[in-house]
Design a protein around this ligand. Structure first.
Ligand code: PLP
Length: 361
C-alpha cells in the first residue's frame, strides 16, 4: 500500500487512523455481524452512532443547547435553497459575495425573494474579503449571508461582518472544525462535510432553535423544511448512514487530538510553512491579500500557465496529488485540511524549492 499526499479541495483527505478503523469495522461492526452500511437506520446500533456523533460535535464546537444539529442530504448546495425557504419571512436578505459558492447561494436566494448584494470582491477576482463594518443592511432583511471560507479563492473572514443585529447565516464547508468558533455569533452554521470532515453526501446544519418553525415559504418541500428534520432528529427518512458513521469517527479523532484549539494551532503552523515559502519565493506567488488568507485552501501561481501545468504534472509524479487550481481560476491550489499532516506540507514546500531551482530563468 502506498498513500499519496492528497491536496484535493473536496472530497478530500481523511485521517488515516479513521480509515483504518473503518476498515477494521467493515465486515463486522462491533460484533453485530454486519457493516454499518448494511444496518437499519432504526436499529439500536445506528441510534448509538448518530447520537454519539451529535454529542461529540456538540462537545467539540461547544454548541449551546438552544441550537439544533441536523445531518442532512443534498450537500451544501441544497441549503442554498433551504436557507431562504426557511428564513425569508420578509422575503428579503443580504448576501456578501466573496466567491463562486457565495454567488451561487445569492443567485439561488433570488428565486425565493429579494436577495441584495451587500458587498462583493468580484472586482479583484475574489482575492480579498471586503470591508464589512458598515454594510447597507436594512431593517426588513431576514438575515445576512456569508461564505466564511472561500474554497476556490482561498480567502477567509478573520472577523465576522457587522450584521447590525440581523441573524448571520454562514456556509463553513471548507473551514468546518478547523478552529474554535463562537456558535452564538451565528443564527445558522452549515457545511458540506466532504471538505474538512468526512465523506461526501451530507451537510451538517447548526440552527438556532427559534428559527426552526412551520412558517416557511409556501411550496417548501417537506424534506427541505428544517422543522421536519429537527422533529425527527435527522431521521425523517433514511439518512446518509455511512457518512454519519465516518464523521463520528472523525469527531472522536479530533477529540483525541486536542479538539479545535489544537487543530487551530496545527493549521496555523502548517499554513505558515507554505505562506512563508510563497512570500519569499522568486517563482511562486500567493494570490490572496495576506490579511485575508485561508488556513485551509492556499492558491498560488507562477505567472506562467505552461509552467503551472508542468508543476502540476511533476508534483503528481512525486506523490503530491490534486494541486491543480479550480477549473475557473487556473494555477495551483493546496488544500491543507485538518487531516493533512505537517509532513505533507513540508514535502510540498521542499518539492516547490526544487522546482524553483530547476525552472527559474
Ligand atoms: C464545496 C462547497 C460547496 C458545495 O458543496 P456541495 O456539498 O457539493 O453542494 C458549497 N460551499 C462551499 C464553501 C464549498 O466549499
Amino acid at each position: 500500500m502506498s498513500r499519496v499526499y492528497n491536496f484535493s479541495a473536496g472530497p478530500a483527505v481523511l485521517p488515516e487512523e479513521v480509515l483504518e478503523e473503518a476498515a477494521r469495522d467493515m465486515l463486522d461492526y462491533k460484533g453485530c455481524g454486519m457493516s454499518v452500511m448494511e444496518m437499519s437506520h432504526r436499529s439500536k446500533m445506528f441510534d448509538d452512532i448518530i447520537k454519539t456523533a451529535e454529542a461529540d460535535i456538540r462537545e467539540l464546537m461547544r454548541i449551546p443547547d438552544n441550537y439544533k444539529v441536523l445531518f442532512l442530504q443534498g450537500g451544501a448546495s441544497q441549503q442554498f435553497a433551504a436557507v431562504p425557504m426557511n428564513l425569508m419571512k420578509n422575503k428579503k436578505a443580504g448576501y456578501i459575495v466573496t466567491g463562486q459558492w457565495a454567488k451561487k447561494a445569492y443567485q439561488e436566494a433570488k428565486l425565493y425573494g429579494e436577495a441584495v448584494e451587500l458587498a462583493s470582491s468580484a472586482d479583484q477576482t475574489f482575492s480579498y474579503i471586503p470591508d464589512c463594518s458598515d454594510l447597507p443592511i436594512t431593517d426588513d432583511m431576514d438575515y445576512v449571508y456569508i461564505c466564511e471560507n472561500n474554497t476556490i479563492y482561498g480567502t477567509k473572514y478573520k472577523k465576522l461582518p457587522n450584521t447590525k443585529g440581523k441573524d448571520l447565516v454562514a456556509d463553513v464547508s471548507s473551514c468546518f472544525l478547523s478552529e474554535p468558533v463562537n456558535v452564538s455569533d451565528y443564527a445558522v452554521i452549515y457545511g458540506g462535510v466532504q471538505k474538512n470532515v468526512g465523506p461526501a453526501g451530507m451537510v451538517i446544519d447548526i440552527i438556532r432553535e427559534d428559527l426552526i418553525t412551520d412558517e416557511v415559504l409556501p411550496g417548501t418541500p417537506t424534506m427541505l423544511k428544517w422543522k421536519t428534520q429537527a422533529d425527527n432528529d435527522s431521521l425523517y427518512n433514511t439518512p446518509p448512514c455511512y457518512t454519519i458513521y465516518i464523521c463520528g469517527l472523525v469527531f472522536k479523532w479530533l477529540k483525541k487530538n486536542g479538539g479545535l484549539v489544537e487543530m487551530q494551532r496545527k493549521n496555523v503552523e502548517k499554513a505558515a510553512i507554505l505562506y512563508d515559502f510563497l512570500d519569499n519565493s522568486k517563482l511562486f506567488k500567493g494570490t490572496v491579500r495576506p490579511e485575508d488568507r485561508s488556513l485551509m485552501n492556499v492558491p498560488f501561481i507562477t505567472g506562467d500557465e505552461e509552467l503551472d501545468k508542468k508543476f502540476v504534472a511533476e508534483s503528481k509524479a512525486a506523490g503530491l496529488e490534486n494541486l491543480k487550481g479550480h477549473r475557473t481560476v487556473g494555477g495551483m491550489r493546496a488544500s491543507i485540511y485538518n487531516a493533512m499532516p505537517k509532513a505533507g506540507v513540508e514535502k510540498l514546500v521542499s518539492f516547490m524549492e526544487d522546482f524553483e531551482k530547476n525552472n527559474l530563468k
